[in-house]
Design a protein around this ligand. Structure first.
Ligand code: XMP
Ligand code: MG
Length: 179
């Protein structure tokens, strides 16, 4: 479909399925090469990354485990700033090769506050794969090791990404049409 409507807004096609799949295969190939002979523990961040994680995982040839977690942010007590906790992370990450799978990194805030908690568990290594990166919006320090597409600051939906809960079901990614 060239255009869709989600809630009250019009979106036009931006990254078609074939483009996404080609790039996701390249990302997985890079990970396969970099971790050859090693085992990797993938952490997929819900909800948005469920489709990306499923497709990416199918292209892996290295020994791989996956865990889906949900990040919940709340205001910390005193002036400690935001605190992000992970729901569903039961495994101890000590000495594991951990790779995070994110659908989109915008300001970088979510991962910036979450990464120290993972580092605390002393994984052997910790890397990030992001399908989309709104690079011009990123203000928090997050180093992305594998980026699918750098995209402009326009709202996107589809392929797991939502606008107010809807739009996740499309196999292509759509961009908010100019008003
Ligand atoms: P930060 O700013 O923490 O944001 O890097 C990451 C989260 O923001 C959401 N986000 C979007 N979701 N279309 C979406 O469906 C977008 O264009 C978009 N931009 C940011 C998303 O939940 C992501 O995990
Ligand atoms: Mg997300």
């Amino acid at each position: 479909m060239a255009a869709i409507t989600v809630h009250d807004k019009a979106f036009s096609i931006y990254l078609p399925e074939a483009t996404l799949q080609k790039r996701i295969r390249e990302l997985a190939d890079a990970v396969n090469t970099d971790y050859a002979g090693q085992k990797v523990y993938f952490l997929a961040i819900l909800n948005g990354s469920f489709m990306f994680a499923a497709d990416f995982f199918k292209y892996l040839t290295i020994e791989s485990e996956i865990c889906f977690i949900k990040l919940v942010s709340y205001k910390g007590l005193k002036s400690t700033g935001d605190v992000t906790t992970a729901i569903g992370l039961e495994e101890d990450l000590h000495d594991k090769n951990v790779v995070i799978l994110e659908d989109i990194i915008d300001t970088g805030k979510t991962l910036h506050f979450f990464l120290p908690q993972l580092q605390h568990q002393q994984p052997r290594s910790l890397k990030i794969v992001a399908l989309l990166h709104k690079a011009e919006m990123t203000k928090f320090d997050v180093s992305i090791d594998y980026t699918g597409f750098v995209i402009p600051n326009k709202f996107v939906v589809g392929y797991g990404l939502d606008y107010d809960g809807l739009g996740r079901n499309y196999r292509d990614i759509y961009q908010l049409a100019a008003d």
